[in-house]
Write a protein that binds this ligand. Sequence first.
Ligand code: PD2
Ligand code: ZN
Length: 300
Amino acid sequence: MTGDTMVQTITPELRRWIVEQTVAGFSPESVLDAMVKVGWQPDLAAAALEDSLREHRGQRGGGRAGDAAPVAVPRSQGVAAAPRLPEITLAQSPRCLDAGDRQVRVLATLSQPRVVVLGGLLSDEECEALIALARPRLARSLTVQTQTGGEELNPDRTSNGMFFTRGESELVRRIEDRIARLVNWPVENGEGMQVLNYPVGAQYKPHYDYFDPAEPGTPTILQRGGQRLATLVMYLNEPAEGGGTTFPDVGLEVAPQRGNAVFFSYDRPSPTTRTLHGGAPVLQGEKWVATKWLREREFI
Ligand code: PD2
Ligand code: ZN
């Protein structure tokens, strides 16, 4: 979209979407940024945002709800800041990142969606220790029940899993501190690390990790720290065949290699982030991963 010649129109659908994002817990800044990223003129996006939120709060001045009028109102002060997201510092195209107690290699990056493949995030000993601690605590994986905010068995996810509590041991704390430093995001905003085990044939079908604002259980889920903004999948072993992490929208598959990891972030809870991803079926051997999800605020 060039923006120079095109008249952009604020439709009722756009107003609804803006309100939904805000109700889902996203800041006005992040909603604005999302609109600009998909081609909205910043001034128009800011006006649409302000107008929709004012209307939502019942203070709308002028016009009717649902008007589809082109507007050209200057961007107001205070809504232009970029959203804060977990992010790896890549500005200088580094080969290596300082994660405090360990140097981590940058193996590959993609900017849209933001995906970073990391080498050597965990040592072999740390991978083995996580597996050993997780093994006796495994149960068939549950996913969040989006209708109610509870948990349920999900046929799309045939792995076994368990959660460590945040900071529950020296090993867990060490890894959490390393991740926090690497992705520039507070330890407190992370969910407890989840370990998953996939036997032969198990998979995690493509899905989004954010919570869908349209689902009735989402407001309950968001009370514990807001939306998920980023995911780090750490590979604890190497299945002989299969088990890659796939990103179907961008044709990417990350091979599971012990100690390596894939990071990806999503600045809005929308498929337009193109962060659809899955765990491909394990064809030979078994697969172990640890996943860290990062929230907007402290996860309690
Ligand atoms: O195990 C994986 O590769 C995988 C794929 C997709 C894990 C997750 N999602 C997840 O834990 O969210
Ligand atoms: Zn996932």
